[in-house]
Design a protein around this ligand. Structure first.
Ligand SMILES: Nc1nc2c(ncn2[C@@H]2O[C@H](COP(=O)(O)OP(=O)(O)OP(=O)(O)O)[C@@H](O)[C@H]2O)c(=O)[nH]1
Length: 413
């Protein structure tokens, strides 16, 4: 069975995209879009329901080939979003990217908050590649001028596509990442030409704890927490300014907020290019390698005994919940659960990723989502005798750990 599902809420601005998503359909095998028998997904959540749930089928044997050819065919330009609090080292990282020997031509979208364009001068000065294209936007990409981001992306792909291989967007230190991420999904033209490769968050080790702990009035977002929560990669920068003990405490705090992202420590943003470019944070075929639990010890324990794992958080409304559990899930039950979850908690559910074993399938099923946009498809087959370990990670606000675990268990056969 080859299946893909997309869930959306009718009330969401993203919804029109869900029905005609070029971005999602491009990352799926073309064969999926041809035909097939109706599946349980479709029967339960198709036309009878206001949500869209798209499922197509094709013979199982073609799956690996179909997935790989579809991925090969993805010619969209990858875009990296660099975020992080004020002064955390975003421009420093950008300069590192522009001067590193990776052989890629990079178009940069700089987001300056205010009249004076300082960062682009700093960036341009450091750039050694003639083709680097720097575009500057005055204002905050995440709120007032989000439309500008769409315009800039489209201008780049329309007028200069042959001059660059990837796009890097540096947001302002006060930007919320979610509207920027949603731009890649919600604008059909952007989604057709550009794919979000990953969100890289810089953390200033010296000052981050203070910003993360900053108590905001109700309904006011703590940008520092959000920037960590949405990250695919986190760079603990400025490690030269803190002690080992401070670093350890901070890393733990960050891990509690986001148990999904890979973390690297750095001085002056000096990280391997592979860590920040080619992340594939939204690629379904990369999900299995992207899902982590805190330590091998925990993973082994939970794998052996089929318990769940939760990264406990007491001091932040934003946290991660990881579930690692052996077994097979009832597809129908699981689908119902995800639908309910998205319906009730979609706004609070920042990111989720999962590799699951479902009945009626000899292979893994992978899915990933941002709020109520969820994308999934079958993946690698389980080996004969291989333990079927389900791995799910949720990042969000006010996640109910007990309810999530209970609901998950309720889906196990
Ligand atoms: N000591 C130390 N300083 C650093 C490091 N990384 C960056 N800096 C310095 O920190 C300052 C801020 O760095 P930027 O790269 O401009 O930070 P930014 O996130 O782009 O700043 P905004 O655009 O204001 O949000 C600069 O003076 C950098 O040279 C580091 O690892 N250690």
């Amino acid at each position: 069975m080859v299946a893909r599902f997309v869930i959306g809420r009718a009330s969401k601005a993203l919804n029109p995209f869900l029905h005609h998503s070029p971005a999602l359909s491009q990352c799926l095998p073309r064969t999926m879009l041809s035909v097939g028998k109706q599946s349980l997904f479709e029967n339960k959540l198709g036309p009878r329901n206001s949500r869209s749930m798209v499922v197509r089928s094709t013979p199982r044997l073609d799956l690996a080939e179909a997935v790989s050819s579809a991925l090969d065919a993805d010619t969209r330009v990858p875009a990296t979003v660099i975020t992080g609090f004020l002064g955390s080292g975003k421009t420093t990282l950008l300069n590192h990217i522009l001067t590193a020997q990776h052989g890629k031509r990079i178009a940069v979208i700089e987001n300056e908050f205010g009249e004076v364009d300082i960062d682009s001068t700093l960036v341009a000065d450091h750039s050694s590649v003639a083709e680097d294209i720097i575009m500057v936007n005055n204002g905050c990409l995440c709120c007032t001028v989000r439309g500008d981001l769409v315009k800039m992306l489209l201008k780049l792909v329309k007028e200069k596509r042959d001059k660059f291989d990837r796009i890097v967007i540096e947001t302002t230190g006060l930007a919320k990442p979610s509207p920027v991420i949603e731009t890649f999904c919600s604008d059909e033209l952007v989604a057709r030409h550009v794919k979000l490769d990953g969100v890289v968050t810089l953390v200033d080790c010296k000052h981050a704890m203070q910003h993360l702990n900053d108590v905001k009035p109700r309904w006011v977002v703590n940008e520092a927490v959000e920037q960590v929560a949405y990250a695919d990669r986190i760079i603990l920068n400025k490690i030269d300014l803190v002690s080992e003990a401070e670093l350890e405490t901070l890393a733990k705090r960050i891990r509690n907020i986001n148990g999904m992202a890979q973390i690297q420590q750095a001085k002056f943003g000096a990280v391997d290019m592979d860590f920040v470019l080619g992340v594939g944070g939204y690629d379904l075929d990369r999900i299995e390698s992207e899902i982590h639990v805190d330590s091998n010890q925990h993973a082994a324990h939970h794998c052996e005994h089929g318990h769940d794992h939760h990264d406990h958080v007491h001091d932040s409304a934003v946290s991660s919940v990881s579930i690692v559990s052996e077994g097979t899930l009832d597809l129908d039950e699981f689908n119902d659960w995800v639908e309910r979850l998205v319906d009730e908690k979609g706004d609070d559910l920042y990111r989720m990723k999962g590799v699951i074993s479902v009945n009626e399938s000899t292979g893994r099923y992978v899915f990933q989502g941002v709020h109520s946009v969820i994308d999934g498809c079958p993946a690698k087959a389980w080996e004969p005798g291989e333990k079927r370990i389900n791995k799910l990670v949720f990042i969000g606000r006010n996640l109910d750990e007990i309810a999530l675990k209970k609901a998950f268990k309720g889906c196990l056969i």
